[in-house]
Design a protein around this ligand. Structure first.
Ligand SMILES: Cc1cc2nc3c(=O)[nH]c(=O)nc-3n(C[C@H](O)[C@H](O)[C@H](O)COP(=O)(O)OP(=O)(O)OC[C@H]3O[C@@H](n4cnc5c(N)ncnc54)[C@H](O)[C@@H]3O)c2cc1C
Length: 383
């Protein structure tokens, strides 16, 4: 038996014993996810126990080093864990921007003190983070951001506004891009961490067409931030921001995989032969995407992926996810448009479909990803 085989059988036995049955049921909606944080209310004892057990083993972030709350697993072992969790349909114990976005950036750019302070809290789901990148005048052109950050000697002073800040009203802390110099566009940006409970921070939820309100306008009015909460060098935050965006795009690309529910053809059986053919074509593309993703995720984790490849995957994955939900709606006919009935599980199909409309905007739009691929992978002239 190889080391990997032993790890697999031990992992299988541990999961069998420790993953509560309720945490093996498919998530009914985004609200079934466990986000953790200071104000989190667990939806069940099973959710609380599952997070605690996984965090104790370092398995919320299996590939992070042990001293920062991970399990220090090799990529091969981390893959085995993922496969074994998928085998029993185990839910992710923790959904967290700390894990998918900030953590990788801190591991690369944070100083030792910042890593020791923030990473274990992220791994245990104790602090919920939000992302303060976009502003009313700076989305695709992110480096045009204006939120002002002044050096006041013993602290930073932040003034400005962010927009589309997902879960800002629920987050404990923010990782925020601020302007510390106006001398250069990219070269005047710093990457700052601060507590959302700081005096001067306020949020205003924005309502979406799905009926939910997952993001906010976020305002900073004379917010004082301790000097040691800049990640990386002052005025070099653009490097951190871009690195983090690669991880965000990797996470969003994963939507293309559509969970562990199997092929669409296995669940949708439309009478219309043309629609059946579209479902079959979708499943073929979906399998190709899954194979491509596996290769990409491994290369990305090993630091061997082309810097622009997260853009390629983000584009492909989100367009595929949108296509999946268009087909679900087409096959469901007018029933799928039901919004508030028990039969439609509170309009799940329609709400999920509407949510996918944001996939090709969040984390950078599809047009912008295509621009990056054209310039950096295909070598075409660009702006
Ligand atoms: C669900 C959701 C969650 C989000 N969460 C967050 C968050 O937590 N934190 C955060 O900071 N931001 C968040 N965002 C914001 C997101 O990053 C921006 O919406 C995105 O970067 C686009 O910026 P914009 O909305 O300002 O659009 P704009 O930049 O104004 O773009 C408008 C249109 O112009 C096109 N366009 C712009 N520039 C180019 C170009 N160079 N080439 C071709 N076409 C172009 C775009 O593709 C788009 O169609 C979220 C967005 C969504 C939808």
């Amino acid at each position: 038996m190889t080391d990997l085989d032993t790890f697999r059988s031990e992992t299988r036995a541990w999961l069998e014993q420790n993953c509560p049955p309720e945490m093996r049921e498919p998530m009914r909606s985004e609200s079934d996810a466990c986000w953790g944080g200071r104000n989190w209310t667990f939806q069940s004892d099973a959710q609380r126990v599952w997070l605690a057990r996984m965090a104790e083993r370092g398995w919320t972030v299996p590939h992070w080093p042990k001293e920062y709350g991970g399990a220090g697993l090799s990529p091969a072992k981390a893959k085995v864990l993922k496969e074994e969790m998928a085998r029993i349909d185990a839910r992710s114990p923790l959904t967290s921007f700390g894990i998918s976005m900030l953590g990788p950036a801190l591991l690369k750019f944070g100083n030792e003190e910042q890593k020791k302070r923030f990473l274990p809290e992220i791994a245990r789901g104790e602090i919920r983070w939000c992302q303060g990148y976009s502003e009313p005048g700076a989305g695709s052109d992110l480096a045009g951001l204006q939120t002002k950050c002044e050096d006041k000697g013993d602290h930073w002073l932040v003034n400005g506004q962010k927009v589309w800040t997902s879960y800002a009203d629920k987050a404990d802390w923010i990782f925020c891009l601020v302007r510390t110099s106006t001398e250069s566009k990219q070269g005047g940006i710093s990457f700052l961490l601060f507590d959302m409970a700081s005096p001067g921070v306020s949020t205003k939820p924005i309502l979406l067409i799905s009926g939910n309100s997952p993001f906010c306008e976020t305002f900073f009015d004379d917010v004082k931030v301790p000097k040691d909460q800049v990640v990386g060098e002052v005025n070099r935050g653009w490097d951190v921001a871009k690195y983090l965006l690669g991880h965000e795009r990797e996470m969003i690309a994963g939507m293309g995989l559509g969970g562990t529910g199997g092929t669409l053809g296995a669940t949708l059986k439309p009478d219309d032969p043309l629609l059946r053919a579209e479902v079959a074509a979708f499943d073929v593309d979906s399998l190709a995407f899954a194979a491509m993703s596996e290769r990409f995720f491994e290369m990305f984790k090993a630091g061997e992926a082309h810097p622009a490849s997260p853009s390629m995957m983000k584009y492909a994955g989100t367009e595929l996810n949108k296509r999946r939900h268009e087909l679900v709606m087409a096959a469901g006919g007018s029933d799928a448009l039901e919004w508030d009935s028990e039969r439609s599980k509170n309009g799940k199909a329609a709400r999920d479909w509407l949510r996918t409309k944001a996939n090709s905007i969040e984390g950078g739009t599809s047009e912008v990803q295509l621009g990056i691929v054209a310039k950096h992978i295909l070598g075409l002239p660009g702006t």
